[in-house]
Ligand binder design. Structure first.
Ligand SMILES: Cc1cc2nc3c(=O)[nH]c(=O)nc-3n(C[C@H](O)[C@H](O)[C@H](O)COP(=O)(O)OP(=O)(O)OC[C@H]3O[C@@H](n4cnc5c(N)ncnc54)[C@H](O)[C@@H]3O)c2cc1C
Length: 281
């Protein structure tokens, strides 16, 4: 399939990209192109202009700033997977990045493009929600809990560029993990669950559970978090909390999995992620 005709601009700076976009409501930024180009070829997306941001150096790189890991929007999944800064500060995030697609996708796709696209089956939304990440744009910071608003919808305004993703490093007494049930053909998440667990005196002092793939957008599993908080994190407590992960959510039902099957997978993936996070804490 060929995409419809479009204009192409290559921006050299964030300011140039934003000004090229101003007043051009049907323009799209192009990063790794691994979601946008297939969508254009299928004519699911039809931007009149592409503003290529892939050459902007200010959007690249990974660094540690105190307790925050700062990941430039153009950082590829492979770079997140292999970065020593990410492995040292938040190994669960590098493991989640390594589960995305295949090597070609991981070498081209970017973390900024992934969250901006807000595919309900993407991996980062689940783990970033568990980690309490912040999505930073050129004008503001958005807590990840408020970022994903619907199917392929985010809190971004037209023409707003994500500059970096900030992830708090995992502190002493805390552990994090991501468990995913792969779609066998695309490797997207049918259901993926991220968990962050903190322990004090052997019990759970706080936790965050983020779920992707299950509903039209990623969500925090608040009923499960409530059940886990204060528990001894033993087998029964983890099982009881995991059973509440889908509570209050409308599960997707499609060719990959029915709503009932996704509810079941939420419980299974949550058990794995919580147990691994708790054992690391
Ligand atoms: C075969 C295949 C398998 C895949 N499997 C998985 C998987 O298992 N898990 C998974 O999570 N993903 C998967 N993906 C998707 C992949 O991770 C994409 O790379 C990612 O979703 C989009 O990133 P990108 O850099 O390619 O963005 P692009 O395709 O370039 O852009 C996507 C959207 O984000 C916008 N955008 C890009 N960068 C920015 C920015 N900095 N600020 C604001 N808006 C921006 C664009 O305008 C566009 O609307 C798969 C893709 C393919 C083709």
């Amino acid at each position: 399939m060929y995409p419809a005709k479009f204009d192409y601009h290559r921006a050299k700076s964030i300011e140039e990209a934003e000004s090229l976009c101003k007043g051009n409501t049907d323009a799209s930024f192009l990063a790794g192109g691994h979601s946008l180009i297939p969508a254009m070829k299928l004519r699911l997306s039809d931007p009149g202009a592409l503003i290529d941001i892939s050459g902007i150096d200010d959007l690249k790189g990974i660094s540690r700033d105190g307790d925050a890991i700062r990941i430039g929007a153009l950082t590829t999944h492979a770079e997140v997977e292999t970065s020593d800064v990410v492995k040292d500060g938040c190994a669960a995030l590098s493991e989640a990045a390594g589960m995305i697609g295949d090597p070609q996708v991981r070498n081209r796709g970017t973390i900024g493009g992934n969250v901006a696209h807000a595919d309900p089956a993407s991996d980062y939304p689940g783990i970033l929600m568990a980690l309490g990440a912040t999505i930073v744009t050129s004008s503001r910071s958005i807590a990840v809990d408020n970022f994903f608003t619907g199917l392929f919808e985010t809190a971004l305004n037209d023409g707003e560029i994500i500059t970096e993703i900030q992830v708090p490093a995992i502190g002493a007494g805390s552990g994090a993990a991501y468990a995913k049930f792969f779609n066998p053909s695309s490797r997207y998440a049918v259901v993926g669950v991220g968990a962050l667990v903190s322990k004090s005196n052997g019990s759970c002092s706080s936790c965050r559970i983020g779920v992707t793939g299950a509903a039209d957008h990623a969500f925090r599993a608040s009923a499960a978090e409530e059940a886990l908080n204060g528990s001894d994190l033993g087998h029964d407590a983890v099982e009881a909390a995991a059973a509440k992960v889908a509570e209050g959510q409308e599960m997707l039902s499609d060719l990959s999995a029915s709503a009932n099957y996704r509810t079941h997978l939420c419980g299974v993936m949550a058990k794995r992620a919580i147990a691994e996070a708790a054992s690391e804490a």
